[in-house]
Design a protein around this ligand. Structure first.
Ligand code: P6P
Length: 340
């Protein structure tokens, strides 16, 4: 009976969010509608990504297709889909995408609740052709006041986010979400076209045995990062060395960190003093989720969610993952500060 009950009690992402929102007395369904449009975008991208390989095979992706139209690159196509889905939700007022230099201010007739969505429609897209997992990352803010939205409304610290999530297009399509009450993971059941709750209440292990960084940048790292990575490989306390796992696709590396523990690092280096990852739609959403899962996120100077961005596409170094692992690198940066 219980197996049947399990099978027939389909906890879809829509039902899950409705349940959560029903606990918010002031909720009027706007957020649920906004989220359903983000989910729609992810379903589209999932299907397009899964076909990309095939399309490449039959010469569609990247070249002109049978109608002689220039086939859009997948990240441009994904961006178009998300922008259209978010505008048509009638619940957004400003959109910030990794693909667009400027923010999109939704025209008043289509503007609904004052939600701002920052997103990377297809992060890691350079990995598509070799079949490595890629993903969509997003964060949701409310405008600061109920007035004509301006770019100032976007430049808020990550701690002001109402919600954040990502969708990973890998061996399965996994949607991970937090609306500020913990983190939950959903897996797309293609036969239903629904995301089903598969990873309830994700908690990142307090300490991990994996470190995740691009060792190819080691020549340019600063002292604390160099010391930390050295200690991962040659532990002073005689413990066994950590394993290195680095996919080079943030969603894949961070998703593994959530489930297995450990630390993900994209440090500053001499070539890029602010690191490589973007604050609004990579660092903030993953940091929000990591804290909600009991982990930490640190920039080398401060708690990542306390950072106040000054530009749309600003970058920041990021160290995130298991609470105790991040504590260790925080101590190394603190000691380094004292020396200065
Ligand atoms: P590197 C992908 O291009 C990306 O933006 C993130 O998904 C990933 O974590 C990072 O860059 C990888 O950068 O310099 O190690 O190749």
């Amino acid at each position: 009976h219980s197996a049947d009950a399990q099978r027939t009690d389909l906890m879809t992402i829509t039902r899950f969010v409705l349940n959560e929102q029903s606990k918010q007395p002031e909720a009027r369904g706007d957020f649920t509608i906004l989220l359903s449009h983000i989910v729609l975008g992810c379903k589209f991208v999932c299907s397009a990504v899964n076909k990309a390989g095939l399309a490449k095979l039959i010469g569609l992706a990247g070249e002109t297709n049978v109608q002689g139209e220039e086939q859009k690159k997948l990240d441009v196509l994904s961006n178009d889909v998300f922008v259209k889905a978010l505008v048509s939700s009638g619940r957004t007022c400003i959109l910030v995408s990794e693909e667009d230099e400027e923010a999109t201010f939704v025209e008043p007739s289509k503007r609904g609740k004052l939600y701002i969505v920052v997103f990377d429609p297809l992060d890691g897209s350079s990995n598509i052709d070799c079949g490595v997992s890629i993903g969509t990352i997003f964060g949701i803010y409310l405008v600061k006041e109920n007035r004509e939205p301006t770019i100032e409304d976007v430049l808020q610290p990550g701690k002001n986010m109402l919600a954040a999530g990502y969708c990973m297009y890998g061996s399965s399509c996994t949607f991970v979400l937090s609306t500020g009450r913990g983190v939950n993971g959903f897996t797309l059941d293609p036969s239903l076209g629904e995301f089903i709750l598969t990873h309830p209440d994700i908690k990142v292990p307090k300490k991990g045995k994996i470190y995740s960084v691009n060792e190819g940048n080691a020549k340019n790292w600063d002292g604390p990062t160099t010391k930390y990575v050295e200690n991962c490989k040659f532990p002073k306390d005689g413990s066994s060395p950590k394993s290195l796992r680095y996919v080079g696709s943030m969603v894949a590396d961070v998703h593994r960190t959530f489930l297995y523990g450990g630390i993900f690092l994209y440090p500053a280096d001499k070539k890029s003093p602010n690191g490589k990852l973007r604050v609004l739609y990579e660092v903030f959403p993953m940091s929000f989720l990591m804290e909600q899962a009991g982990g930490q996120a640190f920039t080398g100077k401060e708690r990542a969610l306390d950072l106040v961005p000054t530009k749309l596409h600003e970058r920041s170094p990021i160290f995130l993952g298991s609470y105790e692992d991040v504590e260790e690198i925080k101590a190394l940066y603190a000691a380094d500060q004292k020396l200065e």
